[in-house]
Design a protein around this ligand. Sequence first.
Ligand SMILES: NC(=O)c1ccc[n+]([C@@H]2O[C@H](COP(=O)([O-])OP(=O)(O)OC[C@H]3O[C@@H](n4cnc5c(N)ncnc54)[C@H](O)[C@@H]3O)[C@@H](O)[C@H]2O)c1
Length: 312
Amino acid sequence: MSRCLVTGAAGFIGSHLSEALLAKGHEVVAIDAFIPYYPRPIKERNLEKARASGRYQFHELDLREAAFAHLVEGCDVIFHEAAMAGLMKSWSDFDLYASCNMIATKRLLEAARDAKVPQVIHISTSSVYGKEATGPEDSPLTPFSPYGITKVAAENLCRAFQANFGVPVTILRYFSVYGPRQRPDMAYNILIRNLFKGESFTLYGDGEQTRSNTFVADCVNATILAYEKRSAALGEVFNIGGGEIVTLNQVIRTLEEITGKKARIERKPPRPGDQKHTAADIQKATRILGYRPMTRVLDGLKAQVDWEKTVL
Ligand SMILES: NC(=O)c1ccc[n+]([C@@H]2O[C@H](COP(=O)([O-])OP(=O)(O)OC[C@H]3O[C@@H](n4cnc5c(N)ncnc54)[C@H](O)[C@@H]3O)[C@@H](O)[C@H]2O)c1
């Protein structure tokens, strides 16, 4: 049994990761500040299952200012999921993105260094690549949004702590994650809700933008593999994506078929910062971590629709 620290544990991916670690018999020390980017009750609901476990402890604290060194002490691994995610609000709330993604990460790395934690798994994003995210991990990082810029800075903090103090870091760049509990600001969540409510969906661009969607269980599996294959993963960066590439137009048609409802689409021009094409090159994660995405987009979308029905 390992003692795992999960930051951002009340969020979409952090809550699934915590449950998966508990299911594997690990102990989870969970941290979240309930940043009101989306409503607290949604995050409280995310926590319900994990909180029922005797091997789970939850701490409400803000990594930007709270004292948390005592929680890091004795951990075998840190999974750093906490961040301000979603790129649109990063244009207007830049201070919040800069502090949650950079200051919080720096404080966590300091604590990991002082406690000599054997591995920090830092969660990054395809947004570090920029408008197109289609190449391998050593592709140039030319972020196209303030969000992407703060996430590049967070990666660079990891690299600086690794180079100067030997903090053992693995960086995972997730590509568009979807499935049950998806954040309410994300397109598929909005689209499914609007389909059920008969409301119109704002489609930015022509709908031909492609995405390498990653079903949340696959993303969590890759994240845990980065810990289980620790000796090969230390100091490395991995793209983590799904196996299929789909356009938004294809997803709209698939969701119409699954729900039996017709989408009402309102078209608008692309927004500043929007990525055009993402196609995760996951060859490195497959080769070194043994990662293989298992969920087909059709099945993943069905699972998300089933979940949305329970929370509408
Ligand atoms: N969802 C995706 O498609 C996606 C894609 C690429 C990368 N990511 C990355 O995955 C991670 C998780 O994303 P998510 O979609 O689950 O987001 P989320 O918003 O659901 O979860 C993030 C959690 O972090 C917490 N948090 C933020 N700042 C904090 C702080 N200062 N102290 C303590 N807690 C804090 C928030 O309260 C929130 O509950 C993020 O690092 C994000 O950048 C997500």
